[in-house]
Design a protein around this ligand. Structure first.
Ligand code: SF4
Length: 296
């Protein structure tokens, strides 16, 4: 179900979504259709996603260890255990990157206090607001002392990509703002700070949200959700039966579907999982190797 009733008898319906789903609609409605409506299988796995998944899973498992086992050595064994070889050029490259993943993860956990139990690890949080039933999974939710001597939650997102991050990235992230609001509701505690922990450089990009900045994000999210919800309704009512004809090359069916789910093609299509089946995306971008997202 993509929509749900708010309360029995009320006409307003909530659009069930995650920040990723909203971002997908915003970046390319055709990609949204392929992902959430057609549910097409994705293309080849990316090596940088394998690195990210192994590091995230290892950090999740690290926090589930007894306190005395929350050490860099255990982190190393967890990365090795969680390692994935999908998307690498060959075994040598996979092993080189496993060593890099071990190095960044052990260096990172060496900066953590094992006794500082998080409020949540890979915790799902949710809230209903601005016409949406929003949910998402947060890498880590810390408890920190607040300025007034109390305690507040901090949203922590791990990053393993090659680009270092700054305050603007933390401030402008729709997902992180949504997590603040959803964590408040789910854990019933104060929250305003978001942090991007970039493991390859050991840096933290942080931003302290205000009520105004959160409202701006939620208002924007609500606008995106309304558009996506309307398109989704049109899909169900009118366009879904045309999908087979469109796939077979029927120009009228393609045109009708593209009018509601237009492609937004550009150089970024190189990273799209559906590039191979998207003529406009192929025209506007270059083909990449599955390992192209790894740092030099
Ligand atoms: S290749 Fe580009 S235009 Fe095509 S679906 Fe993907 S993001 Fe959209």
């Amino acid at each position: 179900m993509d929509t749900q009733d708010t309360l029995e008898g009320m006409p307003t319906r909530l659009f069930s979504c995650t920040p990723t789903k909203l971002d997908t609609w915003l970046s390319c409605p055709r990609r949204y259709r392929f992902t959430y409506l057609d549910r097409r299988p994705k293309g080849f796995p990316w090596a940088h996603n394998s690195v990210g998944a192994a590091v995230h899973n290892a950090l999740r498992d690290w926090w589930s260890q007894p306190v005395e086992r929350r050490t860099p050595e255990v982190a190393e064994s967890l990365v090795v255990k969680q390692w994935l070889i999908d998307g690498f050029r060959n075994d040598n490259q996979a092993m080189e990157w496993r060593d890099r993943a071990v190095a960044m993860t052990t260096a990172y956990v060496a900066t953590l206090d094992p006794d500082d139990e998080p409020a949540g690890v890979e915790r799902t949080v949710s809230t209903a607001t601005h016409g949406m039933a929003l949910s998402g999974r947060v890498d880590r939710i810390d408890r920190r002392a607040s300025d007034d001597g109390g305690e507040e939650l901090v949203i922590v997102d791990y990053k393993t990509g090659r680009r270092p991050l700054d305050t603007d990235d933390a401030r402008s992230s729709l997902a992180l703002a949504v997590y603040v609001v959803a964590a408040r509701r789910t854990l019933r505690r104060r929250a305003r700070r978001v942090e991007l922990h970039h493991l390859p450089t050991g840096t933290v990009a942080a931003y302290d949200h205000t009520e105004e900045s959160l409202e701006r994000h939620l208002g924007r999210a609500g606008d995106i959700a309304r558009e996506a919800m309307a398109a989704q309704s049109t899909w169900k009512e009118r366009l879904a039966p045309l999908a087979e004809d469109a796939a077979a090359g029927d120009a009228d069916a393609v045109e009708a579907i593209d009018a509601v789910f237009p492609p937004v093609a550009g150089p970024g299509c190189s990273w799209c999982d559906f590039r191979k089946e998207c003529p406009e995306g192929k025209d506007q971008s270059t083909a990449l190797h599955p390992w192209s997202g790894l740092a030099d």
